[in-house]
Design a protein around this ligand. Structure first.
Ligand SMILES: C[S@@+](CC[C@H](N)C(=O)[O-])C[C@H]1O[C@@H](n2cnc3c(N)ncnc32)[C@H](O)[C@@H]1O
Length: 273
C-alpha cells in the first residue's frame, strides 16, 4: 500500500477527494521522530495527520511538521503536530547522531552520500568545512579510519551536537571539532581531502583549494538546474584551481538528491594537482 493510502486508512475520518489527493506521500523517520511536510491546503488536518503517523509508527514519540530550512546556517522550521519532543538519537550505518530536529537539519535524502563518504579517507588528513552535527565526519571516522578529521561548524547549536556525536561514536581521537566560520579559521595543516557539504560552497572554494595537498581531493556540493549538473559545478572547481595556478581533474559528478522540480543537489569529486 502506498504512503498516502496508509495515512488515509489511519485517519479514520471522511476526507474530500481534494484532501485525499493532497495527503503526504512521504515522510522521514529520524530516531523516534516522524517528520512530514504538509501542503498548505490541508493544514487544517495537521493534528489528525500527526496522530495517524504516530499510529503507523508506535515506537515514535512525536510527529513534526517539517516546514523547510532557513538561511545559510540551514536552521529548520518545525512544528510539533502530535506527541511531544524534538530531540532524538538517529542511528544509521553503525553511526549514532544525537540531534534536536527543532534546531539542526539532518537530510534523509543525503543517506547514500553519507554511506559513500564512509568508504573514503582511509589514513588521510580530512577537512570537513561545513560539518553540521557530523553527518559526514562521523561516518568517515567510524568506518574509514582516517589519520584525522578537522570538522568546522559555525552554528553553536550544531557544534554542541557535533561534540556530543564525537563522544557518542567514540571518535574523539580522530575528529577535532572547531566552532567558527571556515573562511576565517586558521588551518596550519595541508589536507588530503576537503569536504564542502553546503550549498554556498562556491564562495569558499579558494580557501578549500589553498589547504588541499598536491593531488588532494575535494568534494564540492552545489544546487544546480538539472541541465547544468554535469557542467557548472565542475567549472566552478576548475576556475578556482586555475586562479591558484593549479589544475583540476574531474573524478565524478553525482546527484545527491532531487532538491526541487528541475533542481539537483550535486557533488563533484575532483583531484587538484
Ligand atoms: C547543510 S548543513 C550540512 C551538513 C553536512 N555537511 C552534510 O552534508 O550533511 C551545513 C552546515 O554548515 C554550517 N555553516 C554554514 N556556513 C558556515 C561557515 N561559513 N563555516 C562553517 N560552517 C558553516 C551550517 O551551520 C550547517 O550546519
Amino acid at each position: 500500500m502506498k504512503g498516502h493510502q496508509l495515512l488515509e486508512q489511519r485517519l479514520r475520518m471522511p476526507l474530500s477527494k481534494y484532501e485525499k489527493l493532497l495527503l503526504p506521500r512521504r515522510w522521514q523517520i529520524l530516531g523516534d521522530l516522524v517528520l512530514v511536510n504538509i501542503p498548505s491546503k490541508i493544514v487544517h488536518l495537521k493534528h489528525e495527520i500527526g496522530d495517524a503517523l504516530l499510529d503507523l509508527y508506535p515506537r515514535c514519540k512525536s510527529a513534526l511538521w517539517d516546514k523547510g530550512v532557513r538561511g545559510s546556517l540551514r536552521t529548520p522550521e518545525i512544528e510539533v503536530i502530535a506527541g511531544s519532543g524534538t530531540k532524538t538519537i538517529h542511528k544509521e550505518n553503525r553511526c549514532k547522531f544525537a540531534l534536536d530536529a527543532n534546531s539542526v537539519m539532518f537530510s534523509a535524502g543525503n543517506f547514500a552520500e553519507r554511506v559513500r563518504m564512509s568508504t573514503l579517507g582511509s589514513n588521510e588528513k580530512v577537512l570537513d568545512m561545513f560539518s553540521g552535527i557530523g553527518q559526514l565526519s562521523i561516518p568517515i571516522a567510524v568506518h574509514a579510519h582516517p589519520q584525522s578529521i578537522v570538522a568546522i561548524e559555525l552554528n553553536s547549536v550544531a557544534y554542541h551536537y557535533l561534540r556530543q556525536n564525537i563522544r557518542l561514536n567514540n571518535v574523539d581521537n580522530i575528529v577535532q571539532p572547531i566552532l567558527g566560520n571556515c573562511a576565517h579559521v586558521t588551518l596550519n595543516a595541508e589536507f588530503d581531502r576537503v569536504i564542502m557539504g553546503h550549498f554556498d560552497a562556491c564562495d569558499y572554494l579558494l580557501k578549500a583549494l589553498r589547504v588541499l595537498a598536491p593531488d588532494g581531493v575535494v568534494h564540492y556540493h552545489e544546487l544546480v538546474p538539472e541541465e547544468l549538473m554535469y557542467k557548472r559545478p565542475y567549472t566552478h572547481v576548475e576556475q578556482a584551481a586555475q586562479t591558484l595556478a593549479r589544475s583540476a581533474d574531474l573524478l565524478g559528478t553525482r546527484k545527491v538528491k532531487d532538491y526541487a522540480p528541475g533542481i539537483a543537489h550535486v557533488v563533484v569529486d575532483a583531484r587538484i594537482n
